[in-house]
Design a protein. Structure first.
Length: 405
């Protein structure tokens, strides 16, 4: 476990059915103040069951791990798979598995069910996020059947905002049998399984992402003399327009039109606007996408390919930061910093970015003007950094850095 973790906020204590548990949390993850009410209510419903154990459990969208680790603490012989699309969540799940001395836990990245390695779970459990779109929500609810053993069950909690839709999906499908249903102010919990003849439903050979389950809309954008199509997804911001941070980065690319770059790195690529516009302005030999969010990496890759950038030249790194890139030869590194990350995390990113630049490479960052001002103060303490320019737009700023000769 890290002795110093720049993402760490505090330790949350939680007792589940007589087991005292501790969870290290990051401010950047959901429910960092305490175990949220939905998770607690979902876990409480297992007390009413007359089931001694589950052989294999899938915690879908595990966050920092409270559901899967709590269930493992009680059903001690279970094998638990814990998956999430967020690399930071997975890191904290690993930390918390170690902290609570639980074994037989497999922790890995998955976008929904797309990367799940087994199909014989006794239990699939999830605190389902509300803003994934109805297609993805329906997919999570109904395609669980393909990952369960016969008579295996699903246990979910949802907030009131999507409870009506979830109830409709579950109650109108004749292959679904509801085993438990309870509503609280703010949340609804369901346990359900699939009747035997539902096995006649055939699983698609294509994963959910490729089938467009997460898709929101396809839109054509214009920047300077370029027009390009983007297929955006639910669960990511900027689905129909650029943020001011992205606009600053995109406008800055005019300086590089008709240039040629060997390797570029785009961190936190979101829907993929910056890598796509960069690929249109500049001849790029290698595009490296880096970020915590597996969905952002996949949609950015898809949008690059959609705009004729060769797939073989795209490399995706699903990780928290840029510390493991190991390039030391990138010609251009760019991306958006979230102001909420804080100055310590920003400083670490800048150090990592500069360490991956070639001698003449550029590091271009956009964020809130407040965050960029704080970065400037840090940069001026570094003997190896030079500020080339700063641009401002409606409370946001862009800063361009290079190594000092």
């Amino acid at each position: 476990m890290n002795n110093f973790d720049i993402y760490f906020k505090k330790v949350i204590k939680y007792n589940y059915r007589g087991h005292d548990l501790n969870f290290r949390v990051s401010q950047m993850l959901f429910s960092s103040q305490g175990i949220d009410h939905g998770t607690q209510r979902l876990l409480r419903t297992f007390i009413f069951e007359k089931i001694d154990t589950y052989n294999k459990v899938l915690d879908l969208g595990c966050g920092y791990g409270p559901i899967g680790i709590a269930l493992k603490s009680f059903y001690s012989t279970s094998i638990v798979h814990m998956v999430d699309r967020d690399a930071l969540a997975l890191d904290y799940t690993r930390q918390n598995a170690n902290l609570n001395n639980v074994n037989d836990i497999k922790i890995y990245a998955s976008l929904g069910y797309d990367d799940i390695v087994d199909t014989d779970f006794d239990l699939i459990v999830s605190n389902i996020p509300a803003k994934i779109g109805e297609k993805a929500l329906r997919h999570v609810l109904k395609d669980a059947r393909f990952y369960l053993k016969p008579r295996g069950r699903v246990a979910i909690v949802v907030i009131d905002a999507i409870a009506e839709y979830v109830t409709k999906v579950l109650t109108t499908d004749p292959s679904i049998k509801i085993l438990f249903h309870k509503a609280w102010p703010g949340h609804v919990v369901f346990h359900y399984n699939f009747i035997s003849d539902s096995k006649t439903i055939v699983k698609s050979r294509r994963n959910a992402f490729d089938r467009g389950i997460f898709d929101r809309e396809k839109k054509v954008f214009s920047v300077d003399s370029f027009s390009f199509a983007m297929q955006t997804t639910y669960g990511l911001s900027e689905f129909d327009t650029f943020s001011y941070e992205t606009k600053l980065l995109v406008d800055n690319l005019r300086h590089f039109e008709d240039h040629s770059l060997n390797t570029v790195v785009i961190f936190n690529p979101g829907q993929g606007y910056v890598p796509v516009v960069l690929s249109l302005h500049v001849k790029i030999d290698n595009a490296i996408l880096v970020g915590r969010d597996l969905q952002a990496l996949r949609v950015s890759r898809r949008n690059l390919i959609l705009n004729s950038y060769p797939a073989r030249n795209i490399f995706s790194l699903h990780q928290i930061d840029m510390s493991q890139i190991g390039l030391k030869q990138a010609d251009y590194i760019t991306g958006v910093f979230d102001e909420k990350d804080g100055s310590v995390i920003h400083a670490a990113f800048i150090d990592q970015g500069i360490s991956n630049l070639s001698d003449k490479g550029l590091l271009v960052i956009s964020s809130s003007s407040t965050a960029i001002t704080r970065m400037e103060k840090f940069i001026r303490t570094k003997k190896n950094l030079e500020i080339l320019e700063r641009q401002r737009l409606k409370g946001k700023s862009l800063i361009t850095l290079k190594r000092k000769n």
